[in-house]
Ligand binder design. Structure first.
Ligand code: ATP
Ligand code: MG
Length: 345
């Protein structure tokens, strides 16, 4: 059995709205690329996936289309999603292919949406697909004691979704998934620039502004950056200086929506667990956790000590990795539990 182990590959896949990460059993993180694909619409040929494709966003000629095949954690372009994943997998494949893949999914997906994630992985070359609640994987990646009869509040702010949940004894006790996350903040910034500065900017530029000068609370440092776009009146290129206060104003509503959902989750948490949560603290992960000042804002709003998970962008895939490396122990967390015979492999 151990011999086969080295031929067949088992992987954990975080097919995120913004980024796709793959963890290979006993190896570690092997793929970390944007969830983007570029296609030649004349020939239907995939031109690039991942980083290469992302660089083409907003700058391609008419016959090249750059797509993000996931929206808000849901597969929106099935063919592009599996072609992209197939290319990622091909780049790490050995001669025997992929025996098993564990994917994390938001816990409010419909049956049809779950099936489509499963089919994407199948079509991309994974023989057996298992799904696990992404918050459970993220909590494992953050090293939270998820199997104990205590409670942890975890908030995963990704590109397309924010998942908020209280986890106790390996299960989700209360949760909310909202479609307000990093992408929405980028859209907020695009709208702000259009309305306040009469300047059209693309998504990558908005994201750049968010990362370079954005924050969730006022900051002491002076944050400013030059942003270039197209003047809406003249149609000509123009530059404005984006300040922290601009980005803060732009994303304020989205942040309130996240805080509101967090309050709802806390209110619905059984009183016994609220006490545990207080001891354990709140953990935030996902790329959105890197927004300046977000942890202090959440800490103030929840009145609970808040930490950013180590390496928030890889938190969930590292949690999937722990499951992939330890089926024996974590098999029961999977939606579609592994048969004992599989576990012994
Ligand atoms: N330093 C930063 N400051 C603010 N936002 C950031 C920073 N770094 C990354 N982000 C944002 O994090 C988001 C991507 O995070 P992540 O990779 O966790 O999402 P995802 O898992 O692909 O999406 P989802 O979980 O919603 O399907 C993007 O919207 C990006 O703009
Ligand atoms: Mg994610």
């Amino acid at each position: 059995m151990a011999l086969f182990d080295s031929f067949f590959k088992d992987v954990g896949i975080d097919l995120g709205t913004a980024n796709t990460l793959i963890y290979e059993r006993r190896k570690g993180l092997v793929i970390d690329e944007p969830t983007v694909a570029a296609i030649n619409t004349k020939t239907n040929e995939i031109l690039a996936v991942g980083d290469k494709a992302k660089k083409m966003l907003g700058r391609t000629p008419a016959h090249i289309q750059v797509v993000r095949p996931l929206q808000n954690g849901v597969v929106s372009d099935f063919d592009m999603a599996y072609e992209m994943l197939r290319q990622f997998l091909r780049s790490i494949a050995g001669s025997f292919g992929f025996r098993r893949g564990i994917l994390g999914i938001p816990n409010d997906l419909t049956e049809v949406e779950r099936k489509s994630v499963e089919d994407v992985a199948h079509n991309a070359g994974v023989a057996k697909v298992h799904l696990v609640e992404s918050l459970i994987a993220a909590a494992l990646g953050a090293d939270l004691p998820i199997e104990d009869p205590t409670a942890s509040l975890i908030i995963d702010i990704g590109g397309g979704t924010t998942d908020i949940g209280v986890i106790s004894m390996g299960g989700i006790v209360v949760s909310r998934t909202l479609k307000t996350a990093g992408d929405r903040m980028n859209e907020d910034i695009i709208r702000f620039f259009r309305e306040e500065f009469k300047l059209a900017i693309g998504e990558p530029t908005a994201e750049f502004a968010k990362m370079s000068v954005g924050s969730a609370i006022p900051v002491e440092e002076k944050l400013e950056v030059a942003i270039r776009g197209r003047d809406l009146a003249t149609g000509l290129p123009r530059e404005v200086i984006a300040k922290n206060i601009h980005v803060r104003a732009a994303i304020a509503k989205s942040l309130s929506a996240i805080l509101e959902a967090m309050h709802e989750v806390i209110e619905e948490t059984p009183a016994e667990l609220t006490g545990d949560m207080l001891r354990q603290g709140v953990v935030i992960c996902g790329g959105g956790a890197l927004l300046r000042g977000l942890a202090p804002l959440i800490e103030k709003e929840a009145s609970v000590v808040t930490h950013i998970a180590p390496e928030p962008l890889t938190c969930m895939v590292r949690g999937l990795g722990r499951i992939v490396d330890g089926y024996e122990h974590y098999g029961e967390l999977l939606d579609n539990p592994l048969k004992p015979i599989d576990i012994q492999l």
